[in-house]
Design a protein around this ligand. Structure first.
Ligand SMILES: Cc1ncc(COP(=O)(O)O)c(C=O)c1O
Length: 436
């Protein structure tokens, strides 16, 4: 594969026309961080502006249109993740939604002492489960994978038993990009009467998901990665219809109340998905997500996934042929059927290598400790030639020699660049943990 072959793939790409809805081809950076924060669609500027004008013109009267947005936008997210209407709402952050649903699941499985998770899962997932297990007196069991390629259905099937109340897993691992078999793991949990909660942050909007057909109980995910909803855009949660009236979430807020404006003395939750809301939804973020979804809906998941698989196949192949001889290793499953939509590369000097790529080569991926650079070529706006050029620049930097970089390993610090003032580094490092 040479550069001309990559350009040929772009010229045959049925999705190539969508790129201009996100970016000018202006010689800007090669953006391979769509798995951390997607690009904004141009249409969002107009729709968010219109929402601001609506607010300005109608003031509090706008709420008659805004109040149902969590459910309306939720139904649209549902279409991308195989969920029928009335089972998804867009609200709060992934962290908060994970807490709400994990906690609700435990109330639905009293007397079962064990919560099962992935030892290599995203920090917030592990921390939320740790806190919850401690608070309600259950035991958290975090499973290590039996191979270097992430947890398998067999690993999980062997660990789930009649003591398991809840299995909580990420569909695609944030660091390695390993893709779990959502349907067969869901079935394994159900065989033993456990509930399952999937974190779809790294799959929603890129990887095919069929929550209803797979019989999934609960799911959460963010809207700022492949769904392109913007920094801090609200997350989504899914609760299968037949479970909704039976599960109770722990945040008894007025947006979950059956008669919200009755202002009654006691909490009496809505019977449906609204009971999983808590407080006032972030309307500007919801409007942004709604617009971002319109663009994705016109393309559809099958086309996005097909291009994503081609992009990750090209990327993995280039990593193996051009970076592995220089001491890097592909840190994503080699079997394409076990990969999500991003590819990771390990190298002992991954941190300074990643910084050099951002600072000098305008290749934006991100670093994840201890030694991984993640590359997320979001299919709707990434070209094959971007993938080719990025690996060529990565090769150039490695071949020229990478030196240790004393800067703290934080995403935000990296993006601020070499001259970022030292004051505030601790704060930024802390914030960086939440990005991606
Ligand atoms: C897999 C996964 N789960 C949860 C989160 C946390 O999401 P939030 O910070 O929106 O709560 C992230 C953030 O990137 C993530 O990658």
């Amino acid at each position: 594969m040479d550069r001309r072959a990559a350009q040929a793939l772009d010229s045959e790409d049925p999705l190539s026309g969508y790129r201009t809805q996100f970016t000018d081809d202006d010689g800007g950076p090669i953006y391979l961080d769509g798995n951390s924060l997607g690009r904004p669609a141009r249409a969002m500027v107009e729709s968010v502006n219109a929402a601001l004008h609506d607010w300005s013109a109608n003031l509090v009267g706008g709420w008659s249109r805004w109040i149902d947005l969590p459910g309306a936008v939720g139904d649209r997210v549902g279409r991308l993740i195989g969920a029928g209407p009335g089972q998804v709402v867009v609200c709060d952050s992934t962290t908060v939604n994970l807490y709400k649903l994990a906690s609700a699941a435990l109330t639905g499985r009293p007397g079962r002492p064990v919560i099962l998770g992935d030892a290599d899962d995203f920090p917030t997932d592990r921390y939320v489960l740790q806190g919850l297990a401690q608070a309600v007196g259950r035991q958290l069991r975090l499973l290590p994978a039996s191979t270097g390629e992430g947890l398998t259905t067999e690993d999980l099937a062997a660990a789930i038993d009649s003591d398991t109340a809840l299995v909580c897993l990420s569909h695609v691992n944030y660091r390695s990009g390993a893709l779990l078999d959502l349907a067969s793991i869901t079935e394994a949990a159900h065989r033993h009467g456990a509930l399952i909660l999937w974190d779809l942050c790294h799959s929603a909007g890129a990887v095919p998901i069929d929550l209803d057909a797979s019989g999934v109980d609960l799911a959460v995910g963010c809207t700022y990665k492949y769904l392109n909803g913007g920094p801090g855009a609200p997350a989504f949660l899914y609760v299968r219809r037949d479970l909704q009236a039976r599960l109770r979430q722990p945040i008894w807020g007025w947006f979950g109340q059956r008669d919200q404006f009755g202002m009654g003395p006691a909490y009496d939750p809505d019977r449906g998905i609204r009971r999983f809301l808590a407080g006032t939804p972030p309307i500007l973020g919801l409007v942004a997500v709604d617009t971002a979804l319109s663009v994705l809906e016109t393309v559809g998941i099958p086309a996005l996934w097909s291009k994503s698989q081609q992009l990750t196949a090209l990327l993995s192949d280039l990593v193996r042929r051009r970076l592995e001889p220089l001491g890097a290793t592909l840190a994503t499953p080699r079997d394409p059927a076990r990969r999500g939509a991003h590819v990771s590369v390990a190298h002992p000097l991954a941190w300074p290598w990643c910084q050099a790529l951002i600072d000098r080569e305008l290749v934006i991926g991100d670093f994840r400790p201890p030694d991984v650079i993640r590359l997320g070529p979001a299919p709707i706006y990434t070209r094959f030639v971007d993938v080719y050029d990025a690996v060529e620049r990565m090769e150039g930097v490695l071949a020229a020699g990478v030196e240790e970089d004393p800067r703290p390993h934080s995403v935000l610090d990296a993006l601020l660049g070499r001259d970022a003032p030292v004051v505030g580094v601790l704060d930024l490092a802390h914030l960086g943990c939440g990005v991606g």
